[in-house]
Every structure is written in structure tokens, then in C-alpha cells.
Ligand binder design. Structure first.
Ligand code: LMR
Length: 348
């Protein structure tokens, strides 16, 4: 059984692994969609990472070359290279340990994440082709919606291209754990700094499952009524931002922050550490092929996907209700491969 204490230990390991000095390697990260608002903010955050040796920025938009040059003028951090155009994507992913997919068409008010698959799948397809051709051993981190379908879509494509490693493909869901921590801290009127809780399920309005009953430290408790309210808030956060930004964008800074947190931890893992990241990955333990939650990662990929938790009755209900939704989303992503591969030939 995954007990409260062990979650605390797992999550605190993140902090410990940050403090521990692990052998420095020449880590290289590629950010795809670097001119978009998420990608540009992520690039700026990563430029400040002293453990990163090289940062490759790719965007279809030719402005990317100037943006990369601009970042390159800032002292410290990784060496920055900009790529664009037909062969640029292949060059951009070559040699990177981690490729981060930040390219996306942002959601508009009234759209669900699921409706974004047609808009976002072609770019994902091109990236999978480039990874399969140039760098099949790379970790792939995806933030593009609909995450519940996009990770299975990318996995199925990589499988088709002979380059799928289920231990190395992630949907980044740090944004959900960040939101859950913030709402819980507000409700408890404590600092969120040392407050942790697992967030599992998927990444959509009806599949994010914050496990408030597993909150750590265990002296804090959220009652079932509060848990219901806070769960609704966490689930609606992304959609509320889309609405409040009046159709211009969805969450940008939060997404960049959460990708940067994920990248920081992944650099530790790539350098030989063991870290816990919140991500949506291949995971057979919940009656779906993909599931999200705190996942232990090492230099070669997933060491331990999340499996068992203790649930309140409410959380148990949420897990049961989310399983058919995630299964539907996974199938949508996997079946989209057939559509995109035969109906639409990749441009390059
Ligand atoms: C979020 O949760 O904020 C992201 O998935 C972006 C979006 O479209 O909601």
C-alpha cells in the first residue's frame, strides 16, 4: 500500500536530490515550439540552469533564430542554438537527452482540451518522425493538449516508427500538482512550500484527481466537503484561465514553470539520480494503458510508475469515474495515428 509517509519520503526525495551534487554531465535539452509563449518562457527559465550544457530551440517560425540569438547573449547557463525550417527539426533534436514538446495551438473559450487534437497532432507527428530518425533514445516530455490523447498518440507513432520506449515518454502534469498544493495551502492557511499531495488520473476537467486524503505532512487534513470543492477548483483551473484571458491564450507562465520544474528534475535523473516527477505515462495499474501520478525516474527512464494509494470514498469514486474517460481519450489518441498517417502525409 502506498502510505502517506512513503509519499512524503518520495516527494521529499525531490528536494534531497536537488541538494545532492550528482556527477555533472553535458546535458542537452531541445525545446520545440520555442517562439510560442510557453516555449519562450521555458527557454528563458532553462537559460538560467547552470547544470544544462546546451539548449536547442526549434520553431517553425523563423523569428526563432533571432530569439535564440537574443538568449545566447545572456551570460551563464547553457549554450543556445536556434533552428527552424524543413531540416531544422531533425537538427534540433539531434544529440539531446530530453526533448520537450511545448508547441501548441492554444485553447479558446468553449473548447475542451479533447477538441485540440486535430490542431496539435500534425506538429507532434513531425516531432516523432524527427526523434525516430535522429535520436530514438531521447526522453520525450509533452505538454501539448489534449494530454490524455497526445501521449498515447506520440507513443503509438513512435512505436510505428520503431522508436518507442514506454519508459521514456511523458505527459508533464506538474501544473496539476502545483494547483492542488496551492488550493490546499489556501484552505489550510499554511505555506505551500512543504505541503505535498499526489495528483493522479489524467489532465482534463474530468480526469485530474488530487488525493487530498494523502496530504503530507499528515497532521493536515482536508474534510470530504472541502476536498470536493478543491477538486472542482483544480479541475477547472485551466479552463478558468482560458476564460479569464478572454480567448487570447490558455495558461502560459504556469505551463512554462511546470515544464521547467520537470526539466530540472530530469537533469538530475539524466545525471544518474533518482527523482519523482508528476507525469502521465504508460501505466497498467489502474485499468487504463496510461495514467498520471508521482513517478520515480532514473537515468534510463521510469523506475516505478505509481500504482496503489489509499483513497477516501470520494477519491475512490473519482478514480472509478475517470477510468472510462481516460480509456476513451487513449483510444482517440491511438486511433488518430491511423487517420494522420494515411489521410495526411507529413509535410517534412
Ligand atoms: C492547463 O491546464 O492550463 C493547460 O492544459 C492549458 C489548457 O489549455 O488548459
Amino acid at each position: 500500500m502506498f502510505q502517506k509517509k512513503s509519499i512524503g519520503l518520495l516527494l521529499n526525495k525531490n528536494v534531497l536530490s536537488k541538494l545532492k551534487h550528482i556527477s555533472v554531465r553535458n546535458v542537452q535539452i531541445s525545446v520545440i515550439g520555442a517562439v510560442g509563449e510557453v516555449g519562450a518562457n521555458l527557454a528563458l527559465l532553462l537559460k538560467q540552469n547552470l547544470k544544462l550544457q546546451k539548449l536547442n530551440l526549434y520553431d517553425d517560425d523563423e523569428k526563432n533564430i533571432g530569439a535564440a540569438m537574443e538568449l545566447g547573449h545572456l551570460p551563464g547557463g547553457p549554450q543556445v542554438s536556434g533552428f527552424t525550417g524543413v531540416n531544422g527539426l531533425h537538427a534540433a533534436v539531434r544529440g539531446s537527452e530530453l526533448v520537450v514538446m511545448a508547441q501548441r495551438v492554444p485553447r479558446k473559450p468553449g473548447n475542451s482540451r479533447e477538441q485540440m487534437i486535430a490542431a496539435n497532432a500534425p506538429a507532434m507527428q513531425r516531432l516523432c518522425r524527427a526523434i525516430a530518425d535522429e535520436n530514438p533514445g531521447a526522453f520525450l516530455a509533452i505538454s501539448t493538449n489534449p494530454l490524455n490523447s497526445m501521449v498515447p498518440f506520440a507513443s503509438a507513432l513512435l512505436y510505428k516508427y520503431g522508436a518507442y520506449n514506454p519508459f521514456k515518454v511523458f505527459g508533464v502534469t506538474h501544473i496539476d500538482s502545483a494547483r492542488a498544493r496551492i488550493y490546499a495551502a489556501h484552505a489550510l492557511q499554511v505555506s505551500c512550500r512543504n505541503l505535498f499531495l499526489p495528483v493522479i488520473g489524467g489532465h482534463s476537467d474530468d480526469t485530474v484527481i488530487p488525493l487530498f486524503s494523502n496530504i503530507c505532512p499528515s497532521e493536515y487534513t482536508i474534510d470530504p466537503c472541502q476536498a470536493d470543492t478543491l477538486t472542482r477548483l483544480v479541475r477547472k483551473s485551466g479552463t478558468e484561465i482560458v476564460f479569464q484571458k478572454q480567448g487570447c491564450e490558455s495558461a502560459v507562465l504556469g505551463m512554462a514553470w511546470s515544464l521547467n520544474e520537470f526539466c530540472n528534475l530530469m537533469i538530475e535523473a539524466i545525471c544518474g539520480g533518482e527523482v519523482v516527477v508528476n507525469c502521465y505515462t504508460a501505466n497498467p495499474h489502474f485499468g487504463t494503458r496510461f495514467f498520471s501520478g508521482p513517478t520515480v525516474i532514473g537515468p534510463y527512464g521510469i523506475i516505478r510508475a505509481c500504482c496503489e494509494f489509499t483513497y477516501s470514498d470520494y477519491e475512490s469514486f473519482l478514480v472509478t469515474a475517470s477510468v472510462p474517460v481516460i480509456n476513451r481519450d487513449v483510444t482517440l489518441g491511438e486511433e488518430y495515428v491511423r487517420y494522420i498517417e494515411f489521410a495526411m502525409k507529413p509535410k517534412y
